[in-house]
Design a protein around this ligand. Structure first.
Ligand code: PNS
Length: 159
């Protein structure tokens, strides 16, 4: 059984995240989508809401499952679930500059490898933070996030 972990804040999940998770299920037998929460950064959606939105969005991917990780190193979580690699999407060189030190640190800590997948160029501009900003100011985020996520963001905007 080859298992990988796709870690992130997922606040909220975007179509860019889903593209990476789907492609990871084609490379590994099981993909654990790990929702990492930082108590110092509450974010927009609660952890329970992020997981609910992921569950609905990943319903058609039986090889993907969701887990919450809080107050733990990613490497320790990966060891606990017997994952051999982390899979991350890279949209740009900026992403690479952000991800490389984490990948090297994780490899330093336990030897955990990171696999980088090139992001779909059609989704290069999609991030949770930009999608939230555009939605809050009335822009169209159709096609950038699952419909359920769009509806939740519109509900936040409309109060
Ligand atoms: O979606 P994000 O916010 O870019 O994800 C970053 C995340 C959560 C994957 C990263 O901060 C992380 O791995 N945090 C877990 C704590 C940890 O292991 N820190 C050391 C990593 S080198």
């Amino acid at each position: 059984m080859r298992r990988c972990v796709c870690p992130g804040s997922y606040d909220p999940v975007t179509n860019g995240h889903l593209d990476v998770v789907r492609r990871a299920t084609e490379l590994f037998d099981e993909v654990v989508v790990a929702v990492l929460t930082n108590p110092a950064k509450p974010g927009t959606f609660t952890t329970a809401e992020r997981i609910e939105l992921l569950e609905a969005s990943l319903a058609d991917l039986p090889r993907a499952r969701i887990a919450e990780v809080s107050g733990a190193l990613l490497v320790d979580f990966c060891r606990a679930v017997e994952a051999t690699a982390v899979v991350k999407g890279l949209r740009s060189g900026t992403d690479f500059a952000y991800e490389l030190p984490m990948a090297l640190m994780n490899r330093h800590l336990t030897g955990l490898e990171t696999v980088f997948l090139p992001g779909d160029p059609r989704l290069e501009h999609v991030s949770s933070s930009l999608v939230k900003e555009v939605a809050a100011l009335g822009g169209d985020i159709g096609g950038l996030v699952p419909d359920l996520v769009r509806d939740r963001l519109l509900a936040l905007r409309d109060g």
